[in-house]
Structures are given as structure tokens and as C-alpha cells.
Design a protein around this ligand. Structure first.
Ligand SMILES: Nc1ncnc2c1ncn2[C@@H]1O[C@H](COP(=O)(O)OP(=O)(O)OP(=O)(O)O)[C@@H](O)[C@H]1O
Ligand SMILES: [Mg+2]
Length: 250
């Protein structure tokens, strides 16, 4: 199993949208995919049509418990969910950075799935460290705007310093510019500057702005199950294809 973290310390940049829609496409492409919501806001489950809070989520299970018991199948192809414990008090976890690693090892979950995508909160706390401890790659959604680029530069500085201390196998998969508008010259300039900063092969094709991506959350479905020809759907399909190619998963 390959584990990818949708991560960026900045809020509202498209982490959850990317986690849901990338995972749904990977599932459609035949990869057995698990989504884990590590953000106690618990938004991810809404994107999959689960409106009520679950009895138990990942945060309550971190200290002890079997994560296999909190997996929920979804209505979507090859796609399962481990939900968040909504409003869980993260301070209860102390600063133990390897709880999730232990849960992964005990359950042998990596023998069940091809890909695991973890949605992370816009914070740098115990939760992020735990996600880092099981991750192979970070995928960093960046809102295509000047402060988005500055935020990514700051985030990657911390990332390169912190990640090797927790997990020496952890790498940057790439940055995904989101909410891109090709008619705005500024957006193209921001992406060119990003390519100078992180190198060209670590910048994915941008995800264009598409209100249908927001609306898909209201409808409780990944975008491709709402409209598979809209911009958001096509762009996330392309992202899934690039991820499969980069990771040699064909
Ligand atoms: N490409 C896009 N086009 C239009 N709207 C988008 C796009 N991507 C995300 N959004 C919208 O932007 C908002 C923030 O997206 P999302 O919740 O995915 O960000 P996030 O990084 O997970 O936020 P948080 O840090 O709060 O967890 C949502 O309303 C979402 O529907
Ligand atoms: Mg989110």
C-alpha cells in the first residue's frame, strides 16, 4: 500500500476536495483505495454522502483499538472510508507521534489496499506527525494565489526539516495548484514561480476553479459521479493518471 497525505498548513486550499476526488478516480481506475480523515472537522465524510457522525472515528482509535473495525464501505467503486472523530480533543493524544503507525502495523491494513489517502488538518500538531509516521508521500494542494504560493514555500521549509526526523522514507510527491483560472495572467505567473521553487516535475497540472466541486459536497458524491465531463472531474482524472504514472502503479 502506498500512503499519500493531502497536506498544507494553510486552510481552505483544497486538501479535502483533492483527497475525495483523487481517491474516487483512483478507485474507478481499479486501485483499492482507502480514505482516512485525520481532520477533526470531519468534512470528508460529507463528500461521500455520510451526513450523520459515526459512532467511532480514527482519533478515538489511535490510542487503542482496531482500525479495521472503523472502515466503512462507500457507494463508490473501490473506495472505503475511515472517518474522523468529529470535534475530538486532540490534546488527549499527548505528543505521541507514532500512534497511527502502531495501528497500521497491528491491523496489517497495508495488505488490504493499494492506496491510502489521508486528509490532514491545517495545523502542525500531533495529528500531522502521526499522519507523517505512516505516509510515503505528501501531495500539497495550493490555492493559486500569491499568499498560497508563500504558504507552500513556508510549509515545504518546515516539511523538509521535520519529515526526515519522523519518517526517513517520506517524500514530496508534488504540489497541485487548485482553483486555477486560466484567463488570469497572475495565475500563470504564480505557477511558473512555483516551478522555479519546487522543480517542474513536482508541480502537477492545475485543478481549475469549478463551482461543481463545492456543489458535489452538498450532493454527497465525488465530482465524477455528479458530472464526469465538467472541469473538476476532468482535472482530477488527470491528476489520478499522473499519480499512477509517477508512482509506477500501472
Ligand atoms: N477547484 C475548485 N474550484 C472551486 N471551489 C473549490 C475548488 N477546490 C476547493 N474548492 C472549495 O474551496 C473550499 C475549501 O476547500 P477544501 O475544504 O477542500 O479545503 P481544505 O484545504 O480541506 O480546507 P481546511 O483547511 O479547512 O480543511 C470548499 O468550499 C471547496 O468546495
Ligand atoms: Mg479539509
Amino acid at each position: 500500500m502506498i500512503t499519500i497525505l493531502a497536506a498544507n498548513r494553510k486552510g481552505g486550499v483544497g486538501k479535502t476536495t483533492t483527497a475525495v476526488n483523487l481517491a474516487a478516480w483512483l478507485g474507478r481506475m481499479g486501485k483499492k483505495t482507502l480514505l482516512i480523515d485525520m481532520d477533526t472537522q470531519g468534512h470528508l465524510q460529507y463528500g461521500l454522502g455520510f451526513k450523520k457522525p459515526f459512532d467511532k472515528g480514527i482519533h478515538e482509535t489511535l490510542k487503542n483499538g482496531n482500525i479495521l473495525e472503523i472502515i466503512h464501505t462507500t457507494d463508490f467503486e473501490n473506495l472505503d472510508l475511515i472517518p474522523a472523530s468529529i470535534n475530538f480533543d486532540v490534546s488527549l493524544l499527548g505528543d505521541n507521534k507514532t500512534l497511527l503507525k502502531k495501528r497500521f502495523e497491528d491491523s496489517k491494513i497495508d495488505e488490504i489496499y493499494d492506496i491510502c489517502i489521508i486528509d490532514t488538518p491545517p495545523t502542525s500538531d500531533t495529528i500531522i506527525f502521526n499522519a507523517l509516521s505512516v505516509g510515503n508521500y505528501a501531495l500539497v494542494p495550493m490555492q493559486t494565489e500569491h499568499l498560497g504560493l508563500i504558504g507552500v514555500m513556508q510549509f515545504l521549509k518546515i516539511f523538509y526539516k521535520m519529515a526526515p526526523r519522523i519518517n526517513s522514507n517520506f517524500k514530496l510527491l508534488g504540489v497541485v495548484p487548485t482553483m486555477f483560472n486560466k484567463s488570469m495572467k497572475e495565475h500563470k505567473v504564480i505557477i511558473e514561480n512555483l516551478k522555479k521553487y519546487v522543480s517542474k516535475n513536482r508541480v502537477f497540472e492545475p485543478i481549475r476553479k469549478d463551482f461543481k466541486l463545492s456543489n458535489a459536497f452538498a450532493l454527497g458524491k465525488p465530482i465524477m459521479y455528479v458530472d464526469n465531463r465538467c472541469r473538476g472531474s476532468k482535472d482530477y482524472k488527470k491528476l489520478a493518471e499522473s499519480v499512477i504514472e509517477k508512482l509506477n502503479l500501472k
